[in-house]
Design a protein around this ligand. Structure first.
Ligand SMILES: [Zn+2]
Length: 296
């Protein structure tokens, strides 16, 4: 593949929008040089260049989890990320998954599947990392390392989800096409990823960009580019929504200290204020994450 072609729309016009240090791993890791960030002038997809070698092997390894997530054991993943499942379950709704066959592409430690397992008919994890397979087995989740294996097994899905995974994927259209193929007609797909139009990036570009761009994220999406990707593969009824994972404290921390961390507003701002803040950020489309719903 010619790396100068856009991996979403095949256009040739790529503009370098950032050149400088980017994050080498998870929060708290160092920064590395030698990468550029390019934006497609046609569709707006933003991508990393050059792309790392041997991606599949890397994603299957423990080294990947250690480098990018710090915690690798299930218990600490649960402690850190269970709270994010509340928002996902609320957005999707119990009624959408009850009695249904559902697969999570890039399931990680299976936290979302755990949350809906009691009402779903069948829960399937697609996860290349070998670390969690024993856990999936113990929990009763069906699992496959790759999407093609699910297709080969003849699974038919009512609901597919993929949270914060597609930013790591090299062949975008192939990834979405495999999900499309696995869905029944009228099946629903929920897709989320970091938002390029994040409020912190918009307001505080200089400090935020070296942190926002990272070696493991090959793609950065606007809502429009993400919707175009689904449309190209054949999805319909595409609805772009947003999820903001942080409250105002996060923005204040960035503006005051120029790095991630805790900023204390207790005694001044209350939960009600923070809830309204998050809702407004999501309404404006400047949230930390994009959350798309589409139908086959
Ligand atoms: Zn493009």
């Amino acid at each position: 593949m010619n790396s100068s072609l856009c991996r979403l729309c095949d256009a040739k016009s790529q503009q370098v929008i950032y050149e400088g240090p980017i994050r080498s791993g998870g929060v708290g890791s160092g920064f590395v040089d030698g990468y550029k960030i390019c934006k497609c002038q046609d569709c707006g997809l933003v991508s990393l260049a050059p792309l790392p070698d041997n991606l599949a092997e890397f994603y299957e390894s423990e080294q990947y989890r250690q480098q990018f997530f710090e915690e690798i054991d299930v218990a600490s993943m649960q402690q850190k990320y269970d709270v994010e499942q509340n928002i996902r379950v609320r957005r999707i709704g119990i009624q959408t998954v009850r009695g249904k066959v559902i697969a999570d592409y890039g399931a990680g430690a299976g936290l979302f599947l755990d949350a809906i397992q009691s009402v779903a008919k069948k829960t399937i994890a697609i996860e290349p990392s070998r670390l969690y397979q024993k856990y999936f087995q113990a929990r009763g989740h069906i699992f496959y390392s790759y999407a093609q294996e699910l297709l080969d097994a003849g699974e038919k899905l009512d609901v597919a989800v993929s949270f914060d995974t597609i930013e790591h994927v090299l062949d975008l259209k192939d990834f979405v096409r495999q999900i499309y193929e696995a869905l029944q007609d009228d099946g629903i797909f929920y897709l989320s990823m970091p938002n390029y139009d994040d409020i912190v990036r918009a307001l505080y570009l200089q400090a935020f960009e070296p942190f926002f761009f990272q070696v493991s994220h090959l793609n950065y999406f606007t809502g429009k580019a993400a919707a175009l990707l689904l449309e190209k593969v054949g999805f319909r009824s595409i609805s772009v929504g947003y999820i903001h994972k942080y409250n105002l404290n996060n923005l204040l921390q960035w503006m005051k200290n120029g790095k991630p961390g805790a900023f204390d507003t207790s005694g001044v701002l209350d939960d009600h204020f923070q809830t309204i803040y998050v809702e407004e950020i999501e309404r404006l489309g400047i949230a930390s994450h994009i959350f798309i719903t589409a139908k086959k």
